[in-house]
Ligand binder design. Structure first.
Ligand code: ZN
Length: 308
């Protein structure tokens, strides 16, 4: 199934700091002319040296949120749970994280599990973000400034928990305070509930429940996450303009069972796209932010357990 691309979502996202935002460059700067904690920078062909938000740091934040959300359900008979990410050496392998459990199953059965079996036996978080035995479905590009990002220096101290005295500092922190970054989120071969979870994470970012970067307990990291444009590619066979198909809609029953796919298979009566572009095997639909937010709402509704 991984060899075929059935569906793909590309979200063009814009991120604006609502207050101080600090994505830390590695380590503390040894150069006394530079702040102790610098905003991470890279070289961009058009922008030159610039601050940016690495896709990997956003992905980490989103994964953390999705895991927390899944743990509130913790229903191991479905996708509604998250393993512990880290290897748990003190637990029996049958109760470890996804790669540990899969290795254990392979040892017990003395054979390698198929991709379908690995997917079926992975938790909701790993099905989206992957683990050492399963390729993730989600990727995020780096986010670069699309309008000038202004940075300021803030001062901080670290307080010793033992003596309540200043343990370190004052140190300088370079924070972004205004401007906008853009980048792209791509989700391939997704199930509808995965769309719902990701949408929930973006919503949480906007509500200030999901903060990004360093200094969350100092009130840093609140951002606005805005969808600029959404693009959905689906295999053209069986295409309908007002229907969005998850993985379950593309595969026959046996395959769906072996991969342990969950309903709903589709989102129906979705808003009209602003453009449809046939691309050979695929149909591409482009949505404006407003239409996408209606669909995002429908995807979140699909997360509500039906009690069945
Ligand atoms: Zn897992």
């Amino acid at each position: 199934m991984h060899k075929t691309r059935y569906n793909a979502l590309r979200l063009r996202l814009e991120i604006r700091p609502k207050g101080p935002l600090l994505i830390k460059a590695g380590g503390i700067s040894a150069n006394p002319a530079l702040p102790d904690m610098q905003f991470v920078r890279t070289y961009h062909p058009n922008l030159g040296e610039t601050v940016y938000i690495p896709g990997s740091s956003l992905k980490g934040v989103v994964r953390g949120f999705v895991e927390k959300a899944l743990r509130t359900w913790d229903d191991r008979t479905s996708w509604r749970w998250a393993c512990s990410t880290f290897e748990e050496k003190d637990k029996p392998p049958a109760e470890g994280n996804c790669p540990q459990r899969i290795k254990h199953m392979e040892n017990v059965e003395n054979r390698s599990l198929s991709t379908a079996e690995i997917y079926a036996n992975s938790c909701g978080a790993c099905r989206i973000f992957g683990h050492t035995r399963l390729r993730g479905r989600l990727s995020l590009t780096d986010f670069f400034p699309v309008e000038e990002v202004r940075t300021e220096i803030r001062y901080g101290v670290a307080i010793s928990r033992l003596t309540h005295a200043v343990a370190h500092g004052p140190f300088e922190m370079e924070v972004a305070v205004s401007g906008a970054f853009q980048g792209t989120l791509v989700l391939e071969n997704y199930e509808i509930w995965q769309l719902g979870l990701l949408t929930t994470a973006l919503e949480a970012m906007n509500l200030g429940m999901l903060k990004v970067g360093f200094g969350k307990n100092r009130g840093f990291g609140e951002v606005e996450a805005r969808i600029v444009e959404a693009q959905v590619d689906e295999i053209i066979a069986g295409y309908q303009k007002e229907r969005l198909r998850g993985l379950l809609a593309f595969v026959e029953d046996g395959k769906a069972r072996s991969y342990g796919l969950y309903p709903p298979a589709t989102l129906d009566a979705v808003p009209a796209p602003k453009a449809e572009v046939p691309l050979g095997l695929y149909m591409r639909r482009m949505y404006e932010a407003e239409a996408w937010s209606v669909m995002a709402g429908q995807a979140m509704q699909a997360l509500v357990p039906t009690g069945g």
